[in-house]
Design a protein around this ligand. Structure first.
Ligand code: PEP
Ligand code: MN
Length: 448
């Protein structure tokens, strides 16, 4: 027997509020049937895991830990392969080791993975050669191919998103607990990167120091479980509220609501309206919540978001993910951080150095300069250092593959190279070596 979506979810407060960026499903009967099934599916994550991540993020808010959050701009169903998932995870783990050593605090590892299938867009339609079709909204909604069939929203894709997320999370859990993520192995991969990278010489000292720290611990017979397994969390933008609502469950321990589609969910820059459904949804679920803040965010908006989502001022509950642009961050961020800190709220601050630095190359490719990405992170550190607050982490769009989507980096990619391996379904990602460059260069910021 299936459960009628309307009877189980209509009581949720966010259902009656305006929701921006929602797909226009052509067939509401088909949608209802998929949502009713989703409501009966097992949770992808457990409430207790979400609570544990909230505890980890509380340490970030207190200045005692650092966040590394990363993955594709848009995951795709075709991208659910062992190789792609392993390469992404491997890249994140390699970055995390470097950052842990440099920051001397735990690094909370969070993938933009196992659920990042829905995209907010600046326009509802796209026109090519005089033909206008609905814009691509992510594999959860429609297909990237520019045909009327692919671009028509299909609710069956929500079911595929669930299964794709489930398969991804299953492999991630196996990799992170099954020995693949052993610290010594990850360090050996970093040594390979340093040996092959054109900037390797610059990174060598840090890699050698990590090596000797590991040798010292080996000599002391230190071999804790933490060296062999890794705590890893899944996150995505909570955008398509039909899906997130169908995946919302009451925790049997406490009776509280959790979105069991991912450990952490965030609200994007385009859907953080204070009177909108996304903010109300975020306010009602107990998962740790991220909110993206762009360069036009006023301190009043930030404070109102805190009142709505974190009324009890609970460290770890709310993370502000700022995405100001390299050119704006030093001017815009200080007032925000100052006013939020003065309010007594203990949010975690994370820097997304990607979304404020996108431009279109002459070839038509959407791209980002590695140097702009790095400069925004640098600005983020400078602002927090000047205010005595904690630069809590970075949020990056990356892949473990050798794509050519962002320009620059040690293994320099030029604008003319972009066409070679431009594979993203949405925004340009740092490739594997650019991601590792970023980790080593952020590590240097800690030492300066
Ligand atoms: C994203 O993270 O892919 C995104 C769309 O970000 P923002 O909401 O900050 O624009
Ligand atoms: Mn993006």
């Amino acid at each position: 027997m299936t459960v009628n979506a309307d009877t189980t979810t209509s009581g949720y407060s966010w259902r009656s509020l305006p929701a921006a960026q929602q797909p226009e499903w052509p067939d509401s009967e088909a949608l209802r049937a998929v949502l009713a099934d989703l409501e009966t599916y097992p949770p992808l994550v457990f409430a207790g895991e979400c609570d544990q991540l909230r505890d980890r993020l509380a340490a970030v808010a207190r200045g005692e830990a650092f966040v590394l959050q990363g993955g594709d701009c848009a995951e795709t169903f075709d991208g659910v392969s062992a190789d792609a998932i392993r390469n992404k995870l491997k890249t994140l783990l390699q970055m995390a080791v470097v950052l842990t050593y440099a920051a001397k605090v735990p690094v909370v590892k969070i993938g933009r993975m196992a659920g990042q299938y829905s995209k907010p867009r600046s326009k509802p339609t796209e026109t090519r050669d005089g033909v206008t079709l609905p814009v691509y909204r992510g594999d959860s909604v429609n297909g990237l191919e520019f045909t009327p069939e692919a671009r028509t929203p299909d609710p069956e894709r929500l079911r595929r998103m669930y299964h794709a997320s489930s398969a991804t999370l299953n492999l991630v859990r196996a990799f992170t607990t099954g020995g693949y993520a052993d610290l010594r192995q990850v360090h050996a991969w970093n040594q390979d990167f340093v040996a092959l990278s054109p900037s390797g010489e610059r990174y060598e000292r840090l890699a050698r120091e990590i090596d000797s720290a590991l040798a010292f611990m080996r000599a002391c017979n230190v071999d804790p479980d933490e060296f062999r397994t890794v705590e890893f969390y899944a996150s995505h933008e909570a955008l398509v509220l039909d899906y997130e609502t169908a995946m919302t469950r009451r925790d049997s321990r406490t009776g509280l609501l959790y979105d069991v589609s991912g450990h952490m969910v965030w609200i994007g820059e385009r859907t953080r309206q204070l009177d909108g459904a996304h903010v109300e949804f975020a306010a009602q679920v107990r998962n740790p919540i991220g909110v993206k803040l762009g360069p036009t965010t006023t301190p009043e908006e930030a404070l109102a978001l805190i009142d709505r989502i974190d009324p009890n001022r609970e460290p770890g509950r709310l993370t502000f993910i700022t995405r100001m642009g390299a050119g704006r961050i030093r001017e815009v961020l200080p007032t925000l951080v100052e006013k939020v800190t003065a309010s007594g709220a203990q949010v975690a601050w994370i820097c997304d150095p990607m979304h404020g630095n996108t431009f279109e190359a002459a070839s038509g490719h959407k791209t980002r300069r590695f140097d702009d990405v790095l400069d925004e992170v640098k600005g983020f550190f400078e602002v927090h250092q000047a205010l005595g607050t904690h630069p809590g982490g970075i949020h990056v769009e990356l892949t473990g593959d050798d794509v050519t989507e962002c320009v620059g980096g040690g293994d320099e990619i030029f604008v003319d190279d972009l066409h070679q391996r431009y594979e993203t379904a949405c925004d340009p990602r740092l490739n594997r070596s650019q991601s590792l460059d970023l980790a080593f260069l952020v590590a240097e910021m800690y030492r300066n």
